[in-house]
Design a protein around this ligand. Structure first.
Ligand SMILES: *[C@@H]1O[C@H](CO)[C@@H](O)[C@H](O)[C@H]1NC(C)=O
Ligand SMILES: *[C@@H]1O[C@H](CO)[C@@H](O)[C@H](O)[C@H]1NC(C)=O
Ligand SMILES: *[C@@H]1O[C@H](CO)[C@@H](O)[C@H](O)[C@H]1NC(C)=O
Ligand SMILES: *[C@@H]1O[C@H](CO)[C@@H](O)[C@H](O)[C@H]1NC(C)=O
Ligand SMILES: *[C@@H]1O[C@H](CO)[C@@H](O)[C@H](O)[C@H]1NC(C)=O
Ligand SMILES: *[C@@H]1O[C@H](CO)[C@@H](O)[C@H](O)[C@H]1NC(C)=O
Ligand SMILES: *[C@@H]1O[C@H](CO)[C@@H](O)[C@H](O)[C@H]1NC(C)=O
Ligand SMILES: *[C@@H]1O[C@H](CO)[C@@H](O)[C@H](O)[C@H]1NC(C)=O
Ligand SMILES: *[C@@H]1O[C@H](CO)[C@@H](O)[C@H](O)[C@H]1NC(C)=O
Ligand SMILES: *[C@@H]1O[C@H](CO)[C@@H](O)[C@H](O)[C@H]1NC(C)=O
Ligand SMILES: CC(=O)N[C@H]1CO[C@H](CO)[C@@H](O)[C@@H]1O
Length: 432
């Protein structure tokens, strides 16, 4: 059903744009705050079409988008490094911790005009080719203390339209990082109109293992961070009734966003160079009580239970917890970047599980799990196989391409090469 629907959609588009069958977007977000570990000189520029600097932050004042928490010195260097490498340079505005004031910044005509002016000033000042709106989320709470209004989606449209009619806004690429579900709206014409203003959206198909009702119930299932598909969770033995269905996946995101009015050619898949970890004891982690057989693919249980209040500590880039910007005390994130899984010895450099590390490939989500037995931690992550599966999916559905969070997570391009495998033919359009 889904595939047929998408194919007919695609047929419609390819008839008007017969040559756009390869990636046009091989993008990544460069987290400015990781520059000490990821110097600009280490970035694999040639594998990208667009590189997006994260983050600039809307403040309470719509005329003052801030770069204070990012590195104002680094951004110009980032832009010139991108341009020297023939890569389009972008700036992302917002993010998980930077979406507090988006709503009020676009809530009135006066504020929208001030906000648009602030955006165009950044474009000119830093010679940007792309602006990425990463509002998490319009019409829906994110971190917990964002201003949220039922008019957010409508106001976002008005802001984008105003930006597009300005000579500067008309001249740049405009993208938006979005949730796996379409923007909430009661007017079915709003999202198609937003699509007309944007070059593409990036559904962030990651962090989907988080259950925001942590602690209630205490034990929940460890889920894939970035499932390609989730409609098969329902058929997982023992998982029925655990709320596994409907979390979201690449399949559901593309289905829902295209149904809402975004053509596949304006969707780039958001892919993670990291995974999430869960505290899972060994009696729960394994299907059989005695691990250590050679049948490694069958050792680990699917979606084992974990204690949602016992947070795991992630890698050295993970937040160690503390009081967040909403004043709420929270534990560590439990995030493991791809490089860190290699460094800790759980994965080999090519992304294969290290000898002796229990590993499971989950057919439903097309992603792997591994078990760090020495820490009683299960990690759901992405590897070259899951990236290749995502690349095949992007191609089959004729999406625009992908955008990876974050560039520094995959310093040697192991994941990138896997997702690019499917798009090698057109060097000009797609440089991987
Ligand atoms: C517009 O921005 C100002 C801050 O400059 C803010 O006080 C006001 O609430 C905003 N307007 C709306 C409708 O949110
Ligand atoms: C549009 O972009 C091009 C290339 O980045 C630049 O040369 C030109 O000055 C821009 N035009 C305006 C009106 O900003
Ligand atoms: C939906 O949006 C369109 C275009 O902005 C507008 O003309 C129409 O009146 C809206 N419909 C409703 C029910 O608000
Ligand atoms: C997703 O899972 C459903 C149910 O198992 C299946 O019918 C569908 O073909 C899958 N889609 C992809 C792209 O794997
Ligand atoms: C969180 O887990 C509970 C119980 O497993 C489930 O009922 C609920 O739907 C989950 N919430 C989300 C957002 O997945
Ligand atoms: C919490 O998880 C750690 C592993 O991450 C484990 O060693 C510890 O026993 C767990 N504590 C409780 C109370 O479950
Ligand atoms: C591994 O175990 C699974 C489940 O017990 C079984 O279906 C599969 O055939 C086994 N594979 C091998 C190579 O023994
Ligand atoms: C292992 O974890 C499961 C699920 O959280 C829990 O029910 C069980 O009591 C734990 N067993 C031990 C020995 O800690
Ligand atoms: C944990 O296990 C991994 C994989 O076997 C190993 O490479 C690593 O050295 C171990 N770490 C510690 C702290 O024991
Ligand atoms: C990954 O590297 C290991 C060790 O060099 C090698 O044995 C294995 O075949 C490689 N796997 C893949 C898929 O290339
Ligand atoms: C890998 C891939 O999809 N390559 C395609 C790129 O576009 C050309 C021209 O449309 C196709 O012939 C290739 O198959």
């Amino acid at each position: 059903m889904l595939l047929l629907g998408l194919l007919s959609f695609v047929a419609h588009f390819t008839s008007t744009a017969a040559t756009t069958s390869n990636y046009t977007v091989a993008a990544g977000w460069y987290a400015g705050y990781h520059e000490p570990d990821v110097p600009l000189s280490s970035v694999l520029w040639s594998k990208y079409t667009h590189m997006i600097y994260a983050f600039a932050t809307p403040t309470i004042d719509p005329s003052a988008i801030s770069l204070v928490e990012s590195d104002q010195e680094l951004l110009p260097k980032f832009v010139s490094a991108a341009h020297q490498n023939n890569v389009k340079a972008g700036l992302s505005i917002g993010g998980w911790g930077g979406s507090q004031f988006y709503s009020s910044n676009v809530a009135s005509a006066t504020n929208r005009t001030a906000f648009v002016k602030s955006v165009t000033t950044l474009i000119q000042k830093y010679d940007l080719d792309l602006i990425d709106f990463d509002w998490e989320f319009p019409g829906m709470q994110g971190i917990g203390c964002n201003i949220v209004s039922p008019s957010d989606t409508d106001n976002l449209l008005l802001m984008l339209q105003e930006l597009r009619v300005s000579p500067i806004g008309a001249n740049v690429t405009i993208s938006a990082a979005v949730y796996v579900r379409p923007f909430p709206t009661t007017n079915s014409s709003t999202i198609p109109q937003i699509a007309a203003t944007l070059d593409w959206i990036v559904p962030m198909v990651y962090d989907l293992s988080w259950n925001w009702t942590a602690g209630s119930p205490l034990e929940q299932r460890a889920l894939p961070t970035s499932p390609l598909n989730d409609s098969c969770f329902a058929a997982t033995p023992g998982a029925t009734g655990d709320g596994l269905e409907g979390r979201g996946s690449a399949v559901s995101a593309i289905q829902e966003w295209t149904a809402a009015g975004f053509p596949p050619s304006k969707i780039a898949l958001g892919v993670p160079a990291y995974g999430h970890s869960f505290n899972v004891n060994s009696s729960t982690a394994f299907l059989t009580p005695s691990p250590g057989t050679t049948n490694r693919s069958s050792q680990l249980a699917p979606y084992p239970l974990y204690n949602t209040l016992n947070h795991t500590i992630g890698d050295s880039w993970d937040s160690t917890g503390g009081t967040n910007l909403c004043g709420v005390n929270q534990g560590p994130g439990g995030t493991w970047d791809f490089w860190a899984l290699v460094k800790a010895g759980y994965l080999l450099a090519n992304g294969t599980a290290a000898p002796g590390v229990p590993f499971r490939w989950d057919d439903c989500s097309s992603t792997p799990y591994l078990y760090a037995a020495n820490h009683s931690v299960l990690v759901t992550y992405d590897d070259p196989h899951s990236f290749a599966a995502k690349g095949a999916f992007i191609r089959a559905n004729q999406l625009a391409g992908f955008s990876m969070w974050e560039v520094g997570g995959d310093p040697n391009g192991v994941l990138l090469d896997a997702i690019c495998e499917f798009f090698r033919c057109s060097k000009k359009r797609f440089p991987c």
